[in-house]
Design a protein. Sequence first.
Length: 264
Amino acid sequence: MAHRSRQKKYINFLIIPDGKEESRSFRLSVAFVRFLIFLLVILLFLISGGFLAYWKLGSLVLENNHLKEENFKLVKSLKQVDQLKEELVTLQNFQKKIRSSFEGYLKVEAPADQDSISWNELNFESMDIGRSRSLFNNIPSLIPVEGFIARGYEPSSLLSDAHLGIDIAAKTGTPVRAPADGVVLFEGWTNDGGYTLVILHAFGFITLYKHNQVNMVRELEKVKKGQVIALLGNSGKITSGPHLHYEIWRNNQPVNPINYLNER
């Protein structure tokens, strides 16, 4: 019995145009059609895979940019933390000196002819600065620098940080004078205030001077009312021009310097 060969199967396609043209037809083998469908599936798979890979790559790029931004913020924050640590150490030392002076922890009994005193001798309760001088010389009533007041005393403000003193604007190099007799409690540099002075007076008064061009006195030096203690400047980060930032504290509380500026 003879073996019959397997016949190929075809799919016929008929094209009928809208006009008067003759109809056309063609046929494709079933195997070829299956091959075309297989290629189409592969193509769709590749396109889908490409879109998925592109989406993942885009996500990685966005995440990488976000990480770079976060890393930049972190580095900036670390620098700010280091700066704050330095300022905190300075403030802690300054606060320690002030607290110690009020508590009598540091003691001083200076001879009348001595220009400076030592920390081991400082005693605020027993110290009588200018014992032979009047009470008027021990109260900070002298305006420390000739100029105009650019900003006043603002212990609380909704628009800006508290301003616990007054800003007196004047020409760079203008002499800054002690408003009363006292002892230099702090003399040095701070990041925000630049060259800074703190003077301890009798009756619980402390005066503070920021943004100096140069300080003319040293720590624990006795100063007299009207004595030049610094030159006005523009030092420090927080400053908008040559001026003296001047504060008065009494019994560890800020007070308005305007209330004490009776002399010019």
